[in-house]
Design a protein around this ligand. Structure first.
Ligand SMILES: [Zn+2]
Length: 108
């Protein structure tokens, strides 16, 4: 009789150890991630990364503005201000960084 109780207690202890072993650890703390840096503007004669065509259209997209390759939603786009490039051959779309003029206005 005592041995059956001891067996049951041993079984329960082993079961508890197994449950503790599979308990998932706390998930890692999520850190706010900065949006990935965009590649620099590659010029009008850029090479499409999908079809190697030389040439792409350029369209300015404001911060929060949805791109042509995003589904329209009622909320803002997570993307920042950027230049949206569209391949003139295959319509592949990718984003590049802004390309503001580096020189200020010149006085004659
Ligand atoms: Zn292309």
């Amino acid at each position: 009789m005592t041995s059956r109780i001891q067996q049951a207690l041993a079984y329960l202890a082993a079961d508890q150890a197994a449950i503790t072993a599979v308990t998932r650890p706390d998930p890692p703390a999520t850190e706010a991630t900065e949006p990935a840096a965009l590649p620099p503007f590659s010029g009008d004669e850029t090479t499409c990364p999908k079809c190697s065509n030389l040439g792409a259209f350029t369209r300015h997209r404001a911060a929060d503005e949805h791109g042509s390759d995003e589904h329209a939603t009622f909320g803002p786009s997570p993307r920042g201000e950027r230049l949206e490039r569209t391949c003139t051959r295959c319509d592949y779309i990718w984003d590049e960084a802004l390309n503001p003029p580096s020189d200020g206005p010149t006085t004659p």
